[in-house]
Design a protein around this ligand. Sequence first.
Ligand SMILES: [Cu+2]
Length: 358
Amino acid sequence: MTVFLTIVVIALIGISLWQMSKILKLSQVKGADNSQVANDKDNNLQGKLMLAFVIFMYLLTIYCFVQYHTFFLPESAAEHGIEYDRLMIISMILIFIVQFITQGLLHFFSYKYRGNKNNKALFFADNDKLEFIWTIIPVIVLAGLIIYGLFTWTDIMNIDEEEGDPLIIELYAYQFDWRARYSGEDNVLGKANVRFIEGVNTLGLDGSDSYGMDDKIVNELHLPVNRKVIFKMRSQDVLHSAYMPFFRAQMNVVPGMITEFSYTPILTSDEMRNSEFMVEKVATINKIRKEKSKQLVAAGDEALETYEFDYYLLCNKICGASHYNMQMKIIVESEEDYNAWLKTQQTFKEQLSAQASN
Ligand SMILES: [Cu+2]
């Protein structure tokens, strides 16, 4: 309702301004310059505005980099992310250089050659050499960038299950949480279907498929460092998106089909926590939390907990009311720690018999 009223008020103000400008035009003194053609004074003003605009944009860009550079992600925690970041930075640098030169020239020439009654345009038909240069250089640069990008993309998206003893894990999304299913001793995920969902069988595993019996369903994703993981993603209800920014990974999770992504984690949670970038970032966050806690305590509320960094799997598709809170902790650890943790988790078969004995 407030939004509607605001729109109505803005529209009414607009209409009254328009009407006022009509009245002003009618009341203008005869003989004043009311021509629709720009005169030298208009051209001067517009030319200077063009120059001022590009200078403002450049200053804003520099300011944003200085002010917000801490919001960039740190080095990639997954192997393919190094290539991915390189492609990103090369593309960004190229775009920046080209835009800096072309936009600068565009606005500077608009200013320098702004309209003037005494100027006469020069007739200039064409210049083959110039046209050749400004066609061939972008063609070569863009083709190079596209080919490089395609190679990087193929490299990242190529999921080879035969290569390097990968760990197979299912990521299961539903409104509004995640589950991970480890494929167990046989490293093969059992078949599943939404129709089988019942009781402890929250992921709809097919009871007649023996591959599924040793599967382990958990709500915290543990990954051994330096081992390739293949994620097979399923959704129970709507479109979700598995987003792991520190691993440079994002893949849509689509009901009715299995999507895949694969990466090799190279930095453990501890290593990332102790990196220079993260130590500084966490210190800043905790400083803000401390300040906020003071206010909360003064108001009789509980103080905020001290923040500690952890990787998270997030949902990056607005999938409903609690989308913002759809997350699962990811712990990257040594092979031994991972194995020890996995041992403590119940298999699907154990879950079923626990349910039966209840
Ligand atoms: Cu979601």
